[in-house]
Design a protein. Structure first.
Length: 259
């Protein structure tokens, strides 16, 4: 199985298809198989794109450190170093949920490596979100689901358990969001200023019934060359395999690959 090493952490990856390079970054507690293969994304996109898929550290077949300092921006750096490993100078990025957060960090910290970006299941919030992550950490460390009172935190724990994920590693991922400030923890004014500097095409897609906090269309309003779609009647999980989501993404990639 193909792995590459990033400062002692082994990252598992796969490649499928032919065409312009598209790196795909899955959501929290998920992996290549659950986020992309079981939902027909690989089948949908591999005919016209060379798909670069990775299991993020702490997930899937990659190493799972339990130290929060091994996460944060290091997760975005894994994607960039995978491109280096494959001698890919620039690629389209497609992230879902947590993967969208990592894609956004790539847009702001490694813009020369990003040809275009797709952010799925993502919204910008004007409210502090640190307390949400702290609640999820507690939920992941709880002895049982029955001890968890917060509904959102409980859903994260249930989802992680259905994926047979390493709960301690996932707790470290979430702890890093609190301990290591990244783009989402800067001031509102700075975030908006940075977003206006993004010059590549960006697509945001979210289910209309998604529980994520914030204005679902705000990101596309602030980024100059961005567009936004909502898939009606879908939530954070059910939107992923929806054919309409697939159709919008495929059309976007066909457009950016002709520029």
């Amino acid at each position: 199985m193909p792995y590459f090493d990033n400062e002692g952490v082994k990252i598992y990856y796969e490649m499928e298809g032919t065409g312009p390079d598209l790196i795909m970054i899955h959501g929290f507690a998920s992996n290549i198989d659950d986020n992309w293969r079981a939902t027909n994304w690989i089948k949908t996109l591999k005919d016209s794109n060379r798909l670069i898929l990775l299991d993020c550290r702490g997930h899937g077949k990659s190493d799972k450190p339990t130290d929060p300092t091994q996460y944060g921006l290091k997760m975005m750096e894994d994607a960039i170093k995978l491109l280096d490993h494959l001698s890919v100078e620039k690629a389209n990025f497609f992230g879902y949920s947590m993967g969208s957060r990592l894609t956004l960090n790539a847009l702001l910290h490694e813009s020369k490596r990003v040809k275009s970006a797709i952010l799925g299941g993502f919204a910008l919030s004007d409210e502090p979100t640190t307390f949400i992550y702290e609640g999820i950490v507690k939920a992941l460390k709880a002895e049982s689901v029955d001890q968890i009172k917060n509904r959102i935190a409980q859903e994260f724990r249930k989802f992680a358990e259905t994926r047979s994920a390493n709960l301690n590693a996932l707790a470290a991922v979430m702890s890093a969001y609190v301990q290591q400030p990244d783009v989402m923890f800067t001031s509102k004014a700075k975030i908006r200023k940075n977003l206006k500097k993004i010059s590549v095409p960006v697509l945001t897609v979210v289910g209309s019934d998604d529980f994520i906090r914030g204005d679902k269309a705000l990101f596309a309003k602030l980024v100059p060359n961005a567009c936004h779609f909502q898939i009606q009647g879908r939530d954070h999980l059910t939107v992923v395999p929806d054919p309409k989501f697939h159709m919008v993404v495929k059309a976007f990639l066909n457009y950016v690959n002709k520029i």
